[in-house]
Design a protein around this ligand. Structure first.
Ligand code: GLY
Ligand code: MN
Ligand code: MN
Length: 469
């Protein structure tokens, strides 16, 4: 019934080129835009740091992953680095601070660029050793009006800022003027990251394709008697063999009642015939996340009750996706999904009607307790405000949330309605312990949206067909 290795092999995804030789211009352009914003506010010095490796236990480290803001401005992959951007009225300078070459450490841990080669390879005006950062910041901030950094995000950075400012102020009697303004650089970068450029969209498309193939593999390898972690391993196999960096978040592989635990982590239960399996898993490719959920029957066929609820969630997702286009509000997708889900709950005698009253009372939240989407990008729950920036809020005020973000081409959001029905005396027994979520990734385009994760089977019939070869 699940003999489908041929089909899985056929879906092998062609390898994409990573770090192409001339692919640095997008990053240089992002840094240029940051400096342009700084200059418009009077100029100054900006800094974005990426941290050191973190010990997991004794002398083993967690796999290293660059800070997301740093990664947005450069794919330089090493820990302990900083990007410094200087924007004056008449000129810019970009500096990459990183670890120096070290023959012994490179023998143990692998290649390091060293500052000059790193600057050359990653398109900075110059490179400098990370050990010189404090001295250089004291010098660079002299007679400049402002420091731009991630305000209030890290005690280490806050302490560094104090040291840098103290170093400039110590030069006061020599006539040096210290910065008088601190700006939140993350606010600038959040707004930029919200609208993806062509290079980001290409990475997200590929992340989505790989994750789609992984979900298909999961459908074809799940069967009664296997454990959830065996399917987690199938997902990871598909991610890594296609060149994905890692899962973008902890994979949720939740069978039966475990699907009603929204952030289920154990992934160790035996999967039984008659249960549904909810998988929320997506890979990170070239630092960009994908985020897919599919729910399917462990034994390959939905029961009537499972299918009834499944089709409600699917219809809710369709209604939500329908709203996604330039000019619509972010919250429109949620509102559309809730209307369909709540009508379905009424039809299934899970909540009492009429529809508007059930929505108004919030009674449905017992079975649908999360929002319908979130921004997606370098972070799975990506940055960017969900409300229009001050002064740009839509004035309709008619219903819902008038300040909700207005969608623009290049924004990427997930669409992930669900229904989670725990066993309870007042719930029809056929629906007990059924948890369903369907999640896709939608890129806002000029004419509507593109579902990046379109390759993953989603209609109940298509899922059953995929599972049964
Ligand atoms: N996988 C996390 C989420 O769906 O939000
Ligand atoms: Mn999500
Ligand atoms: Mn998800």
């Amino acid at each position: 019934m699940h003999n489908c290795s041929r089909a899985i092999r056929n879906r092998r995804i062609p390898r994409a080129q990573r770090l192409p030789e001339n692919g640095m211009q997008e990053y240089a352009e992002r840094r240029r835009r940051v400096m342009e914003t700084m200059r418009a506010a009077g100029g100054g010095v900006a800094i974005v740091c990426t941290g050191a490796e973190v010990i997991r236990n004794r002398d083993s480290e967690y796999p290293y992953r660059s800070d997301s803001y740093f990664r947005y401005l450069s794919p330089f992959p090493e820990p302990q680095a900083a990007i410094v951007l200087v924007a004056d009225a008449d000129r810019d300078e970009s500096i990459l601070f990183c670890r120096p070459k070290n023959e012994e450490r490179e023998t143990w841990d692998g290649f390091r660029y060293g500052p000059p080669a790193a600057a050359e390879r990653f398109g900075f005006d110059r490179g400098a050793p990370i050990e010189s950062l404090d001295d250089e910041m004291g010098r660079l901030l002299a007679n400049r009006p402002a420091l731009w950094c991630a305000l209030g995000t890290s005690e280490t950075l806050d302490a560094s800022v104090r040291r840098w400012l103290a170093a400039v102020r110590a030069q006061a009697r020599a006539g040096v003027v210290s910065p008088t303004q601190l700006f939140d650089l993350n606010h600038v970068l959040d707004e930029m990251r919200l609208v993806k450029d062509a290079q980001e969209i290409a990475a997200m498309r590929r992340a989505a394709q790989i994750s789609s193939a992984a979900h298909l593999r999961a459908m074809r390898t799940a069967r009664p008697g296997r454990r959830e972690y065996e399917i987690e391993a199938e997902l990871l196999y598909e991610f890594r063999r296609n060149g994905a960096d890692a899962p973008a978040y902890g994979s949720i592989v939740a069978s039966g009642r475990n699907a009603c635990v929204l952030h289920y982590r154990a992934n160790d239960a035996v999967m039984n015939d008659g249960e549904l399996l909810l998988i929320d898993a997506g890979c990170e490719f070239d630092a960009y996340a994908s985020d897919i959920t599919r729910t399917f029957p462990v034994g390959g066929r939905f029961s009537a009750a499972q299918r009834t609820l499944y089709d409600i969630v699917l219809e809710a997702q369709r209604a939500a996706i329908e709203t996604i286009r330039p000019g619509a509000r972010f919250v429109d997708a949620h509102d559309a999904a809730v209307r369909v889900l709540v009508q379905g709950m009424i039809d299934c005698r899970l909540v009492e009607g009429p529809l508007d009253a059930a929505i108004e009372s919030g009674a449905y939240r017992r079975f649908y307790m999360h929002r319908t989407g979130h921004w997606l990008g370098i972070d799975v729950h990506d940055c960017g405000s969900y409300r229009e920036p001050p002064g740009e809020a839509s004035a309709d005020g008619a219903e819902g949330d008038p300040g909700s973000r207005i969608l623009r081409p290049g924004m990427v959001t997930t669409v992930e309605p669900g229904l989670y029905v725990r066993a309870a005396d007042d719930v029809p027994i056929a629906f007990h312990d059924i948890g369903i979520r369907i999640e896709d990734d939608a890129l806002v385009t000029d004419g509507g949206c593109e579902i990046l994760t379109i390759d993953t089977p989603k209609r109940a019939d298509d899922i059953e067909a995929a599972m049964n070869g």
